[in-house]
Design a protein around this ligand. Structure first.
Ligand code: FMN
Length: 169
């Protein structure tokens, strides 16, 4: 089986998780940044990983995933929201739908929180006061504080375990 791990990252969170996922293959896979990724055609299993951008996979990964047809896929993502939130569930469902539309079989996915770029948080302070992202509520502060601790070593280990389970199934 030829396997390909491809990740998209702005600030490094998703790359860390990709390293956990890749470690599960014991060298029996290839791993690329989406910027350098080969065409998925020559592989049996594709493992794309992305950061969440406004409710879905970032544009670079959306473009790459659109090229994957009739393959086995396990995907992963990092996001600012809690991994067990409705928002994270919607991202997973949206991704799965896109992949299945191209005839792919989705074997599972892994998600975890990732610290949000401080530059983005700074720019949100300039939003009009009635914008939902302009308000720093207690709930939002707690969520961002938690995100700031991720991905941690445990997340990376969990990502490796996830991939090992998919490979063993
Ligand atoms: C422009 C932008 C849009 C984002 N949109 C979302 C979003 O819709 N939902 C969410 O939970 N996190 C969102 N985030 C947070 C990132 O998905 C999260 O911090 C991720 O771990 C970044 O991964 P990276 O370090 O691999 O780039 C956004 C971040 C940026 C910079």
């Amino acid at each position: 089986m030829k396997a390909l791990v491809v990740y998209s990252t702005l600030t490094g969170n998703t790359k860390k998780i990709a390293e956990g996922v890749f470690s599960a293959f014991d060298g029996q896979a290839e791993c690329f940044d989406v910027k350098d990724a080969p065409a998925p055609d020559g592989y049996d299993l594709i493992v794309p990983g992305f950061w969440v951008d406004r409710g879905h996979a970032d544009d670079a990964m959306l473009a790459f995933m659109e090229k994957i047809k009739n393959k086995k896929i396990a995907f992963f993502f990092t996001l600012g929201a809690y991994p067990d939130s409705e928002h994270a569930g919607e991202v997973a469902a949206d991704t799965e739908k896109r992949l299945k539309e191209n005839g792919n079989e989705v074997l599972g996915h892994f998600r975890c929180q990732g610290k949000v770029d401080p530059k983005l948080l700074e720019s949100m302070k300039k939003l009009p006061a009635d914008h939902p992202h302009a308000q720093m509520t207690e709930e939002r502060k707690a969520r961002l504080d938690e995100a700031a601790k991720h991905p941690d070593e445990k997340d990376v280990a969990n990502a490796a375990d996830f991939m090992k389970k998919v490979l063993a199934a």
